[in-house]
Design a protein around this ligand. Sequence first.
Ligand SMILES: Cc1cc2nc3c(=O)[nH]c(=O)nc-3n(C[C@H](O)[C@H](O)[C@H](O)COP(=O)(O)OP(=O)(O)OC[C@H]3O[C@@H](n4cnc5c(N)ncnc54)[C@H](O)[C@@H]3O)c2cc1C
Length: 441
Amino acid sequence: MNPRKRILVIGSGPAGVHAALAAAAAGHGVSLISETPPGGRAAWQTLLPSKIWLGAGSLPGPVDLNELRARYDHVAGAWQRQLLDELERAGVELRLGTASFLSPHEVQIRPPEGGYPDQLPADAVIIASGAAPFVLPGLEPDGQRIFSPHTIWQLSELPDSLIVIGGSGPATEYVDAFSRLGVRITWLTGPVGVLSAFPPDAGLIIRRVMEARGVHVISGMLPRQVEPSPGGVRVTTADGAVREARMAFVAIGLRPDLDRLNLPAAGLRPGSSGGLATDGFGRTAVSHIYLVGDAASPLSANISIAQGRLAGWHAAGLPVEPLNLEHTVMAIYTNPRVAMVGRMSDRAEPLQRVRLPFNACLRAHLLPPGHQADDDNFLEIAYTAQRRITGALAVCPEAAEILTPLAVAVRAGLTLDALASVYPAHPTFSELSILAARNVK
Ligand SMILES: Cc1cc2nc3c(=O)[nH]c(=O)nc-3n(C[C@H](O)[C@H](O)[C@H](O)COP(=O)(O)OP(=O)(O)OC[C@H]3O[C@@H](n4cnc5c(N)ncnc54)[C@H](O)[C@@H]3O)c2cc1C
């Protein structure tokens, strides 16, 4: 066993919690410094509340925002208790407050309600401070007319009309939720359109679904000006067109939240984009200081967890392999869902693909009336000339769950034939990947 180290983790979102648990499991003294209760923005502002809103769109009848808030409080409270329990059992010390560096090996904690700051020595520091919305002048969220992905969940009334700016995953999920709740939506996306991080077929299907619900989608036309109007907001686009709505939802990107850390005292200087470079283990230019999760690159909670665990183990002195993002599933929880894992194309090696309609599995036919999938919903698997599975894309109900066996297949280097020899329970959605594998002659 390595000598017992003092490891500090800053931020208690998915990245920080898992970094702390990993380092503590290796027997080190771990303090987790957090300005929010455990869960981070994921639990208190972004991931969790957005999923509650998405659930509201599936309920019959008008939405009751008080009930929605009560449901959120219930789920967030239960999740917080579970995290507190796990951290306590692992022996992680939780310190509430805002952290900043005094030197490369010393961190100050300012308690939430004033009071005297404390300071802690550190052999290693893992920064997991997350990311904050990118705000353009004039587009600052005000809680009344202009909202960001971090504030939209706090809506106290459902607007009759909404202008959504940006085509990212969070924007797409809220367009889905609000359009199902009957809000009139104008959706302005960048030139690449909807869900630019996924292959184009995915964005095209989601765009068609939203248009069929009456969403007015305009791609390649971001706003030139957003200003208050008597009815809410007035948005002028680059072509001079003026559009009005009760509220605007601006989701144009995130930037690492490193401002309050006093990085120069640690010997670190963010680049022009505001971020810090890291290696495959999350190490910064100062090798005992790590950067993980959205603070390193805003992607998703599961990638943040992967980065956190890896940095926790590495800081603890355990032998680990650098992060491989090919085994992480990226998912968007719209109706239908969108999910992707691994490589669908590769410059170095030509890949082949097999595509199967979602309705090819019996379980799809058992979905209740009104929840049946459209005929264009699909699962596609990419594979090499040697039939080794490299990736998969799904646009269909339960896409994120359907891709888990395929993530395992990519991780294990399985061939289509190995996957085809598995017999999942029948009828299940998981059968879809096996049916697709059997479909390749
Ligand atoms: C609307 C929306 C929906 C999303 N839905 C999903 C989803 O369904 N699935 C998914 O995988 N991802 C989703 N994401 C992305 C996910 O929320 C993030 O990837 C994830 O929260 C990143 O985790 P993290 O631990 O890096 O940071 P965070 O969750 O941002 O937590 C960082 C914490 O550090 C604290 N902090 C910052 N600075 C300091 C400091 N100096 N001292 C002490 N504490 C500090 C912050 O207050 C915060 O509590 C969504 C994002 C958005 C915007």
